[in-house]
Design a protein around this ligand. Sequence first.
Ligand SMILES: *Cc1c(COP(=O)(O)O)cnc(C)c1O
Length: 224
Amino acid sequence: MSPEQINENLSSIVARIEAARKAAVKPAASTSLVAVTKTIQAGDIYPALIAGQRVFGENRVQEAQAKWPALRTEYSDIELHLIGPLQTNKAREAVALFDAIQTLDRPRLADVLRAEMDRSGRNPFLFVQVNTGEEAQKGGVLPHDAAALIAHARALGLPLKGLMCIPPAGENPAPHFALLARLAGEHDLSLLSMGMSGDFEIAIRFGATHVRVGGAIFGERIKP
Ligand SMILES: *Cc1c(COP(=O)(O)O)cnc(C)c1O
């Protein structure tokens, strides 16, 4: 995709976020755009950086490690979010690289993140991923196990700030966003990461503080 096209897409998404916030009855105090750059090469990330975008999401630790340290030497105020599943054996690299980890979904991962934060002195803020659709193949804690995981993370003193979800493909996302918002309210968590290219405006209506948009900015990815 041409730099001009990426620029145009980015401005259009930013404008649509603003419009959705204006139209929402009770939007979050702010809504950050997490520009999702999985599979996108550094050359296509530059137009977004030059346009001032600073919050980015990647779903694989190794791919992020290959791209972002170099970009960070040029843009020191980048905020990088991990939005894909995290294996405990990658926790060290993840804590070293990311500013936020959106996919905390089990007690053992909380324990390992605690140890890595203590060891490194880095404290990326965390979201618990909730599997709102209770899909077998999807990451995230089941809704009825969320309270216990949140309590566990808090007992460890982890910087837990919010919840994240990925609604089942092809379903109306609204009930999933509503459930996530309700859980966040019940547990006094202020951040809500929900909404992607196809549904971020709906997520904003339900109070999203972070929307994760990839394809609508950088072009549709070729499905593996
Ligand atoms: C890829 C991805 C996105 C972005 O999806 P688009 O439909 O390209 O906007 C958002 N969240 C997660 C967890 C992803 O893996």
